[in-house]
Design a protein around this ligand. Structure first.
Ligand SMILES: Nc1ncnc2c1ncn2[C@@H]1O[C@H](COP(=O)(O)OP(=O)(O)OP(=O)(O)O)[C@@H](O)[C@H]1O
Ligand SMILES: [Mg+2]
Length: 331
């Protein structure tokens, strides 16, 4: 009996390896600039964060995943398909929101999605129309389906970017720094959308802002100068920071001494005094009256982690300047 060929044509992959990266290195400028160094990473189903400072190599890694850039060395597979050898299969599985997404300004929102859906092979008009409506609903843009892209807010354009990455029902979505320029409310909506979408597919989002990932993110991979230095859950990053974050309330003139000795997270003026939150690497004596923070925020945990590596400056680049919410005092 003749066996069907379709099943044997599908490479096998395990669901916890929707994206598989093995010994990946990349150089630019004919080998003179090494930007990714022997990276090993796996991502399964869920919402994953790729965190790193400017120039860490995030966009390079994402462009390789999306088949736009051929890596210098290593193996990358998406659902078992090699990104350098099975480009069409990988592209069919993938949705990509590049770091700069702003074209189509004169088109209407639903028109953009309909055109992109048609280009990705969705020929049936009725099916396409239904899918475009569904995706607009998912990203909260149904009310502006008729509006031209140039009349959308920054947050709406980003959500349209996600919608275009989603329209052909990909199993893997790669979004590169999608929250740049968004206000805090739009950021929160975006984070919720990513968490929701991650329930039945793989979402990999890069950012240099820790707050973008939050608790809804399954795992965080930290990329520092082209190397993966951490991959675990947000709670594991938080546990690593326990005992390293403190608050002290001092008179204004006492603040510079603390600022010179520690990594400052926030300063909150309180009349003639200043409440300072800071991270300590344990090498200096704590200021008088300093109290340990029971539950550090994710931003503080990232700062503490990078401080241990002597890279605190890179971690604080472009972070949110809002002070973290006050922790309730233990009774
Ligand atoms: N096409 C290119 N040619 C040469 N160098 C490049 C190229 N693209 C990126 N680089 C360099 O590679 C390094 C990593 O860049 P990449 O864009 O991957 O970092 P990133 O983490 O995405 O940074 P950002 O947060 O600023 O977007 C940087 O030093 C960058 O200047
Ligand atoms: Mg980038």
């Amino acid at each position: 009996m003749i066996q069907p060929v379709t099943s044997s044509a599908q490479p096998r992959f395990s669901p916890d390896r929707a994206i598989e990266i093995q010994a990946l290195s990349h150089t630019y400028n004919r080998g003179r600039l090494e930007v990714l160094k022997e990276i090993n990473l796996n991502f399964g189903t869920g919402f994953f964060g790729l965190l790193g400072a400017n120039g860490a190599g995030k966009s390079t890694l994402m462009r390789i995943l999306c088949t736009i850039l051929k890596p210098t060395q290593g193996v990358v597979r998406v659902h078992g398909h090699d990104v350098t050898k099975e480009i069409l299969q990988v592209r069919a599985l993938l949705g990509y929101l590049p770091q700069t997404f702003g074209a189509w300004r004169l088109h209407r929102t639903e028109e953009v999605l309909d055109t992109l859906a048609r280009l990705s092979g969705m020929r049936d008009r009725a099916h396409r129309k239904a899918r475009v409506e569904e995706v607009l609903e998912m990203v909260g843009l149904s009310d502006v389906a008729d509006r031209k892209v140039k009349k959308l807010s920054g947050g709406m354009v980003r959500r349209l970017g996600v919608a275009q990455a989603l329209v052909h029902e990909p199993q893997v979505i790669i979004v590169d720094e999608p929250t740049v320029g968004l206000d805090p409310e739009e950021r929160m909506r975006f984070r919720q959308l990513m968490t929701r979408l991650g329930t039945d597919r793989t979402i990999l989002q890069s950012t240099h802002i820790v707050a973008d990932l939050g608790g809804g993110c399954q795992e965080i991979a930290i990329l520092d100068e082209g190397q993966v230095v951490f991959q675990d859950s947000p709670s594991a990053l938080l546990s690593e920071a326990e005992g390293t974050v403190f608050t002290a309330t001092v008179e204004h003139r006492g603040a510079p001494l603390i600022e010179a000795a520690f990594e400052i997270v926030s300063r909150i003026p309180r009349g003639s005094e200043m409440q300072i939150r800071f991270v300590s690497d344990g090498n200096q004596a704590l200021p008088d009256g300093a109290e340990q923070v029971d539950k550090p925020s994710l931003e503080e945990a990232y700062l503490a982690f990078m401080l241990k590596r002597g890279r605190a400056e890179a971690a604080r680049e472009n972070q949110e300047t809002n002070p973290p919410a006050e922790q309730p005092k233990a009774a």
